[in-house]
Design a binder for this molecule. Structure first.
Ligand SMILES: Nc1ncnc2c1ncn2[C@@H]1O[C@H](COP(=O)(O)OP(=O)(O)O)[C@@H](O)[C@H]1O
Ligand SMILES: [Mg+2]
Length: 246
């Protein structure tokens, strides 16, 4: 059973403290939602988890299965099984989508040797599921992809790589209703396995189909409220102000 434990985490960017004493634990098989108003620090938490060089951890720890990640490079974190999909995925010139996925898969599962044909069959199956045409196989990563196609590719990576912990930052932004349903289905199809999810969103929209068991609300860089999925419904109806004033 994998476990991501964020403990007493504080972090700053440009010497400005954004995250303050954040605690959060996600176990394999659990779906957590991280909500909060604009500017609360949600994406910052994602970047800090990933090891973005602009963000400095000033206190606390991030452990995946007991291993401290805070001092590791983004590549080492990915190899440890942490996967993050961001609001604005970047293009990588000259790296073919299929090559990227195979290399990343082999790094993540060094003891599994999947025959190349089986890998491609699986890839094509999932490309169809996430709504990416087969021609994308030989295209450079995110190069000329539309916003929606980038999001679909993030989901494709997630299902193909089978990481231990998945953090999705605003995966619903720029997706239409059908794409949203697809994302929710792929997430739910992982749910019984050993993968843990942290779904970052400021809208309840995507959570409707996913129904996370745990909802955390970040405000001004601190956890302000935690509860079950009913909390996300209340936020949908009443916004965030009642948490701030209560
Ligand atoms: N590179 C940066 N330089 C200065 N301030 C930043 C930087 N990145 C984020 N911030 C600030 O950190 C706060 C949290 O931002 P962010 O994590 O993006 O919030 P959220 O994702 O919850 O909307 C905001 O006030 C934002 O302006
Ligand atoms: Mg954000």
């Amino acid at each position: 059973m994998s476990e991501l434990v964020i403990s007493n985490l504080s972090a700053s960017v440009n010497d400005k403290e954004i995250l303050k004493n954040v605690f959060l634990t996600v176990r394999g098989g659990e779906i957590h939602a991280l909500m909060g108003p604009n500017g609360a620090g949600k994406s910052t938490l994602g970047y800090v988890l990933m090891g973005h060089p602009n963000y400095r951890i000033t206190k606390g720890s991030i452990k995946l299965d007991g291993v401290e990640l805070a001092n590791k490079t983004p590549e080492e974190r990915a190899r440890a099984g942490l996967f993050l999909a961001f609001q604005n995925p970047v293009a990588v010139q000259g790296v073919k989508l299929s090559t990227f996925l195979r290399t990343a898969y082999n790094q993540l599962h060094p003891n599994e040797k999947i025959p190349i044909q089986q890998f491609y069959d699986n890839l094509k199956k999932h490309m169809q599921k996430v709504g990416l045409d087969e021609s994308f196989i030989s295209r450079s990563i995110n190069d000329g992809f539309s916003g929606g196609e980038r999001k679909r590719f993030e989901i494709l990576q997630m299902v193909m790589l089978r990481p231990k912990m998945i953090v999705l930052d605003e995966i619903d932004s720029g997706l239409d209703v059908d794409a949203l349903r697809m994302v929710a289905e792929e997430i739910r199809s992982f749910h019984n396995q050993d993968t843990g999810f942290l779904i970052i969103t400021h809208y309840q929209r995507i959570l409707k189909n996913i129904e996370p068991e745990f909802v955390h609300v970040l405000m001004d860089g601190t956890m302000a409220k935690e509860g079950g999925n009913d909390l996300s419904l209340k936020i949908e109806e009443e916004g965030y102000d009642w948490i701030r004033s209560g």
